[in-house]
Design a protein around this ligand. Structure first.
Ligand code: PMP
Length: 443
């Protein structure tokens, strides 16, 4: 009997024993193409020697030094490299151990920033429906994924949720993309005014929505209007790039595609590429200095902040991404993957939408393409698809439809940046076979 507490109590999972490039290998020798990097984590595949060597070297030199007493060379070098390549005014980096910790840190930083400024009445965080920001209580409270929140609702912190930017199902057919973007951005302003503008501290959003909707980009102009609204009301803009950041969308930081500046950005997953657990929160010097010149101390922290082995691994990951021009490679291979998906599924009666950016792609499953009606979520089609894909030797990340009956199940694809075109074609073929076995037939 296994004593590991598994994610799904009834599942019998294969035991992963090795990684080889884009593949994971189980105890029986079966190979799985990692078409989703787990959940958009393994951007460099599973056996990058430079990262492995960096971990070994750092473990041999220094494994741990508490950040209350010391900084470390890899943390300093990594922060410098990230800042040198970050857009906008991001100037400071706070290293944590994962995405939820990065989001928790961002929420608390926003609050403390206003406390230091004497604006103690600012306490509201506004997020979007159909979003996911992590599983710890603060981050879960921010997220608008009804299914993930449901069991914990009575113990969550009260936060506001406004319209997502999800044109596939929510745009009126008569409305232009731009008009739709302005309309949903204005939903944020309406909520700010409802709460009282001087009581709101921040708005948080994923530039490309990951786990909840499956690689949903915003429409042109949406984030520009969001930025304007935040500026008009003195509200901080927190961008959660835990899933979509670090080159995944063909931009090192996903919000570069939206041409806006953020006050705080959260990254994780691709930052450590799965070699070490690490996340980070980046913020402007203005926020940092407000705290420095105020109480001089961010009232937050975890034991493993800036862990030397994690930051050394991440430093090697970021160098791999930058030195091998992988961000551009993601753009090109992403375009290839998109055409391969379109060629295979554009006419499929139960694939309603094929979307995303770079090597971050989503496929939405619907019962009826014309009306965009989803299948009944109780059919659990995404989970069945995941299982069928695994049997084919493909790892892809499933997402269940929303409870309001408006959004269907989806599959998220986030293959390693090093995947060749031939491997991406094979990914699409394996997915097609899994879809044929899972969804009702085309006739
Ligand atoms: N934010 C986003 C956008 C995410 O996709 C995730 C993880 N799926 C998180 C936060 C939480 O990250 P972690 O699981 O590393 O805590």
């Amino acid at each position: 009997m296994s004593h590991v507490f598994p994610r799904h109590c009834h599942a019998t999972l294969p035991t992963a024993v090795a990684g080889d490039g884009c593949y994971l290998i189980d105890k029986d020798g079966k190979r799985y193409f990692d078409g989703s990097g787990g959940a958009a984590v393994s951007c460099l595949g599973h056996s990058n020697q430079n990262v492995i060597n960096a971990i070994k070297e750092q473990a041999g030199k220094l494994a741990f030094a508490h950040t209350g007493f010391f900084t470390s060379e890899p943390a300093e070098e990594l922060a410098e490299l990230l800042i040198a390549n970050a857009p906008g005014d991001l100037d400071r980096v706070y290293f944590v151990s994962g995405g939820s910790e990065a989001v928790e840190s961002a929420i608390k930083l926003a609050r403390q920033y206003f406390v230091e400024k004497g604006e103690t009445q600012r306490r509201h965080l506004i997020a979007r429906r159909q979003s996911y920001h992590g599983n710890t209580l603060g981050a879960l409270s921010a997220g608008g994924n009804a299914l993930r929140r449901e069991k914990f609702a009575p113990i969550l912190v009260e936060m506001s949720h406004v319209a997502p930017c999800y044109e596939y199902t929510e745009r009126d057919t008569a409305e232009s993309l731009e008009d739709y973007g302005q309309r949903v951005a204005n939903d944020l302003e309406a909520e700010i005014l409802r709460l009282g503008a001087d009581t709101v501290m921040a708005f948080i959003a994923e530039p490309v929505v990951g786990a909840t909707l499956g690689a949903v980009t915003s429409v042109p102009g949406y984030f520009k209007r969001v930025r304007e609204i935040c500026d008009e009301h003195g509200i901080l803009l927190i961008l959660d790039e835990v899933m979509c950041g670090m080159g995944r969308t063909g931009y090192l930081f996903a919000h570069e595609a939206d041409g806006i500046k953020a006050d705080i950005v959260c990254i994780a997953k691709g930052l450590g590429a799965g070699y070490q657990p690490i996340g980070a929160m980046l913020c402007t010097d203005h926020i940092y200095n407000t705290i420095k010149d105020g109480s001089g101390f961010f009232q937050h922290g975890h034991t493993y902040l800036g862990h030397p082995i994690a930051t050394a691994a991440s430093l090697a990951v970021v160098k791999e991404i930058l030195n091998n021009d992988l961000v551009n490679q993601v753009k090109q291979r992403g375009a290839f993957l998109e055409s391969a998906l379109q060629a295979k599924f554009a006419d499929h009666p139960h694939i309603g939408d094929i979307r995303g950016r770079g090597l971050f792609r989503g496929i939405e499953i619907v019962e009826d393409r014309d009306t965009k009606t989803p299948f009944n979520p109780s059919l659990g089609l995404a989970a069945k698809l995941k299982k069928a894909a695994l049997a084919e030797g493909l790892i892809c990340y499933p997402g269940s439809g929303t409870r309001d009956g408006k959004h269907g199940d989806h599959i998220l694809l986030a293959p390693p940046f090093i995947a060749s075109e031939a491997q991406l074609s094979e990914l699409v073929n394996m997915l097609a076979r899994a879809i044929d076995k899972t969804l009702p037939s085309k006739d």
